[in-house]
Design a protein around this ligand. Structure first.
Ligand SMILES: C[S@@+](CC[C@H](N)C(=O)[O-])C[C@H]1O[C@@H](n2cnc3c(N)ncnc32)[C@H](O)[C@@H]1O
Length: 439
């Protein structure tokens, strides 16, 4: 998997899902494989910085599988307590004997044993700038660290990077049309799961060490969906009521659409649209699984919704916009190596156009929620602030969740919305802004 991500640009989350499904590994081994793949990818800059000091001909000259093997082994030595270092080295030597020749296994053995002798790593040069130090120590691209320092200051930038390297918690959203959170929580605890009520969302349960929750009968029977806790706040911010007419402009795979339908007790009408038809189909799969009938699927460019839907006709609109995704690096660690600074500017131009266009479809007195899973103000508060400047008939309103007070204490109020960072609650980075059209 590591070679395929490195060489062919494969997406680690998709590759892991498909490989683990085929592997027949036990729950524990699948968990370890996931940790090894994500951990090695997450810590790439630090691992390569250390390895460069021990591989005399340099990492680029190595065959891809040898480079990946060294990174994987060093990751275990530096970051995992449960695997004894000598076991990681022996395993690496065995693998290199199987895949290569004597010379390669000798080199792998030599490099890793020198690493062990070197003691505590990494040893960083003392003269680094703050940005460079954070980049090397927490393994994030320098441009990203610099952006976060400029936006949030060095201390928060470092906390974001550290949080991004923590394995994400598994959280599920309760389908309250079928069961209450309390009842599902009790069932889970009775079955021996380490399950706790989410402190971020009243619809969430955090499950530790429970493996893949999509394989449980609760998932099959529609009692729960797998969703990040921050992401659960978005439908709550939309606050749709039974009987309302709701538009979800960029809806696939449908997590927030389904949540809105659940909040509406499946009474009313939700038009769930996504540019990509194959992705829009995922929304109907979820709706069927969850027993939700109020969702109607569409597939057009959201820029064209204002010519296909009646103006001023929706009570609520959710624009969960396509974004750079820099708030979800914990779940998709290879994302930090794929993104370029230019990506933020180009997606911001699209977001601005989408917000302007879909806002025409909102009824006077209705509410439009703009959300993204990114940390970048260029995609968040800047978009909302400039929209409000251009549209005086809209005004930003306070998020009406019962946990708003707690959110307000921790998350940042930014540009008429809230910015949740990955270090705030250990959930995804999200931006949410509620915009009301004046009557
Ligand atoms: C952040 S994701 C939405 C996640 C979704 N709201 C959920 O909770 O499951 C953004 C979605 O926007 C879609 N998209 C991108 N550009 C679009 C456009 N111009 N019009 C409509 N959908 C678009 C993508 O296919 C992607 O599924």
């Amino acid at each position: 998997m590591l070679v395929r991500v490195d060489e062919q640009g494969a997406y680690s989350n998709l590759l892991l899902n498909s490989s683990l499904q085929k592997s027949g590994l036990s729950r524990e081994d699948a968990g370890l494989a996931t940790e090894l793949v994500y951990g090695t990818i997450s810590r790439l800059i630090t691992l390569d910085f250390v390895l460069e000091q021990f591989v005399s001909k340099g990492l680029v000259k190595l065959q891809p599988w040898v480079r990946s093997l060294l990174r994987l082994s060093l990751y275990q030595i530096m970051y995992l307590d449960r695997i004894p270092s000598h076991a990681a080295v022996n395993e690496a030597v065995n693998i290199s004997k199987k895949r290569g020749h004597q010379g390669i296994s000798g080199m792998v053995n030599g490099v890793l044993r020198s690493v062990l002798r070197a003691g505590d790593l990494p040893v960083l040069p003392g003269n680094l700038s703050e940005a460079k130090r954070i980049s090397l120590q927490h393994s994030h691209p320098l441009w990203m660290v610099k952006r976060w320092i400029a936006e949030y200051g060095a201390e928060i930038a470092e906390a974001i990077c550290a949080a991004n390297n923590e394995p994400p918690a598994v959280s599920v959203r309760v389908n309250t049309t079928l069961i209450s959170r309390e009842k599902l929580l009790n069932e889970m605890q009775e079955q021996g799961l380490n399950a706790l009520a989410s402190e971020v969302s009243p619809y969430g349960i955090v499950v530790k060490g429970g493996g893949n929750m999509a394989l449980t009968p609760w998932y099959r029977d529609g009692y729960l969906s797998i969703q990040d806790e921050s992401s659960m706040l978005v439908a709550e911010a939309v606050a749709p009521e039974p009987g309302m007419k709701v538009l979800d402009c960029c809806a696939a795979p449908g997590g927030k659409t389904a949540h809105m339908a659940e909040l509406m007790k499946d009474e009313g009408y939700i038009y769930a649209n996504d540019l990509h038809l194959h992705k829009a189909k995922l929304i109907s799969d979820q709706a069927v699984r969850l027993g939700l009938e109020s969702i109607v699927i569409g597939s057009v460019d959201a820029m064209d919704l204002d010519s296909t839907c009646e103006h001023s006709s929706f009570d609520r609109i959710l624009l969960d916009a396509p974004c750079s995704g820099l708030g979800v690096i914990r779940r998709k660690p290879d994302l930090k190596w794929r993104k370029e600074p230019e990506d933020v500017a180009s997606i911001a131009a699209l977001q601005k156009g989408l917000l302007e266009s879909v806002s025409k479809l909102l009824k006077p007195g209705g509410m439009l929620v703009y959300s993204t899973c990114t940390t970048e103000q260029a995609e968040n508060s800047d978009i909302v602030t400039s929209f409000l400047d251009m549209n005086p008939d809209f005004t930003a309103i306070t998020f009406s969740s019962p946990i708003w007070g707690r959110l307000q204490e921790t998350a940042l109020a930014r540009g008429e919305g809230i910015q949740i960072l990955p270090n705030h609650f250990g959930s995804d980075g999200f931006y949410i802004s509620c915009l009301q059209r004046r009557l």
